[in-house]
Design a protein around this ligand. Sequence first.
Ligand SMILES: [Zn+2]
Length: 268
Amino acid sequence: MSGSPALFDAHLHLRDARILPFHARYVKDALDVGVTACIDCATRPEEWAMEVSSSLAATTAYGLHPWYASVSVPNWLERLECVLASDPNAPVGEIGLDGIRRVHDGGTAQRAVLFAQLDLAARLGRPVILHGARVWPLLLRLLEPWADRICAWQLHGINFSHELLALPFFKRANAWFSVGGGLLKPAARLLPELLPHLPLNRLLVETDSPDRFPIGGDPLVLGQHQLLYNQPGNLRCILRAAATLRALPVDELAEQTAQNARDFLAAR
Ligand SMILES: [Zn+2]
């Protein structure tokens, strides 16, 4: 894509088992549309240990995702600290609380796993990538004690009312806001209303691929098979929707969000 700015996908999952067999195609499609850099979230011990080589400039984040909080993995916290020690640039993530999948313990395990990882990130001075699907108001209140103990936050896949920006968390937190395919849902209300309230130099764009296949996006295509997996190439339609809401040229927003992603990773 000569002449177009390089795009930065601020949140995806290169190690997801569903796309590993199609990895080369997934990366080629990304590069074809100009996505050259990404933050790749390794979400559980099997993924932390994986070697993934890719021509995308990928920064890997390591963390135990809330979906795996009740899976019993011996010494998981020590193993996480070990893998972080071996990669001094790695953020901690994605971690958080989840309101999509039903849990049977009232969220106790998710909270314990989250708080342990926040303490680790604070001690090691690492940025945090945060998952708060459907529980953002609760999560942002719970995180208040950590707000300025973490050097940088990426709030990933945000979808909440702009009124939450008045919470005490945001007065002390060094926060970046990552916007994904939710923006393309015809019924989306909160996110289109929130977007103009966010500081332009704190805005990130993400696909969260292979999840969150966006309406109007292109699926990962393999020969005659169309797999409805999301891919980083769909970052362009998310950027277009965000640029319309911010009344900015797409290329300008692409450059700005790529710079913002680099700033987030450099924050210490
Ligand atoms: Zn994710």
